[in-house]
Design a protein around this ligand. Structure first.
Ligand code: ATP
Ligand code: MG
Length: 335
């Protein structure tokens, strides 16, 4: 039986941080041999907030190199850039015309980001979930790894696919309904400056996150200055101590130890003893990724060949779905 197909992507909107790695990319890497993976750099999604063209190009390159540096294996995973496959934009238009406006206005992320962006809300921000539906449906994906923040959008993707199939191809549905791929231990990493908020690329303070490409000195400085409390002895399970829980969780995941081992090791420690331990563990965990990243970035020819091959494989599948969609909608005059 053919493997199930998984589709996922990250926006090239800034520095990838430990949350992106531990919550997303590392899970793709660990599960990759069980599935046929299509993993893309979501550069069309990256312009729903005002953007700088030169940074978009640089970030796209960097993110492709990060994917490889984190251990994606080209035998199982196709890596490509979203804008290289024009079917994403084209299918989005077709799906726009079957998506009721009020479905989009109800999306929580739209409401939240619209408030953040204030005067600068473009139509793309509202329409983002339809582009995401196009991304997923083009590849007839079986599974989509989703964090809490994307569950509602995946539900919408299923609603759009259902509506399309019902309107245009009830007998022979063209679009496959995707299911969420929820991984039990997908770590949610919190901000270094506030243990109740998630670590995020768009947080204006770089001190709030550890970026995958931070130098050992930066990592040391960020952990030294991160928010803690004045209680002695470190525990996971005190809801009054979100920073303790977050930093212990980071230490657990990055050291490869179990929660029980870490709880026993750290129960009598103070922050002055724990912070250097976490610093060293983080630096060591990121070192191989950083070395591979620099090797890939030094060989642009290789990186470009990966993206070219990825585009070819992605395009073959995407254009087949797109032509079925168009023909179901009545775009079927012979040339
Ligand atoms: P932005 O602030 O611009 O939304 P982000 O840091 O949330 O950026 P995304 O590009 O939105 O990053 O998300 C990429 C992937 O990383 C998604 O799968 C998302 O669920 C995951 N992710 C993002 N932040 C965290 C976090 N703090 N902990 C775990 N997973 C995370
Ligand atoms: Mg996000």
């Amino acid at each position: 039986m053919a493997s199930q197909r998984v589709l996922s992507g990250v926006q090239p909107t800034g520095n990838l941080h430990l949350g992106n790695y531990l919550g997303a990319i590392r899970n793709w890497v660990e599960g990759q041999s069980q599935y046929e993976n299509f993993l893309f750099i979501a550069d069309l999604h990256a312009i729903t907030a005002p953007h700088d063209p030169a940074s978009l190009t640089a970030n796209t390159y960097n993110l492709a190199a990060v994917y490889l540096a984190c251990g994606l294996d080209l035998n199982h995973s196709t890596i490509f850039v979203q804008s290289h496959v024009s079917a994403h934009s084209e299918l989005m238009w077709l799906l726009n015309c079957v998506t009721p406006l009020n479905w989009l206005q109800d999306m929580i992320q739209f409401k939240e980001k619209a408030v953040k962006q204030g005067e600068n809300v473009n139509t793309g921000l509202l329409d983002y979930p339809v582009l995401m539906a196009a991304d997923i449906l083009l590849y007839q994906a079986d599974k989509v790894p989703v964090g809490e923040d994307q569950k509602q959008h995946l539900e919408l993707t299923r609603d759009i696919a259902n509506r399309f199939n019902y309107l245009f191809c009830r007998e022979n549905p063209v679009l496959k309904l995707p299911n969420p791929l929820i991984r039990a231990e997908g770590a949610r990493v919190m901000s270094l400056t506030d243990g109740t908020r998630k670590m995020s690329k768009s947080d204006p303070s770089d001190m709030s996150r550890i970026n995958l490409l931070d130098t050992p000195e930066q990592i040391q400085n960020k952990i030294k200055r991160c928010k803690t409390d004045s209680v002695r002895g470190l525990t996971f399970d005190n809801s009054q101590r979100p920073e303790a829980r977050n930093l212990l969780t980071l230490y657990t995941v990055l050291s490869g130890k179990t929660k029980e081992e870490v709880a026993a090791e750290c129960q009598d420690m103070g922050w002055g003893q724990f912070k250097p331990l976490l610093t060293e563990t983080t630096i060591n965990a990121l070192k191989p990724i950083q070395e591979k990243y620099h090797a890939v970035m030094d060989d642009k020819g290789y990186l470009e060949s990966v993206l070219r091959d990825g585009r070819e494989k992605a395009q073959a599948i995407a254009s087949s779905t797109l032509s079925q969609v168009k023909s179901a909608m009545g775009y079927s005059l012979p040339l």
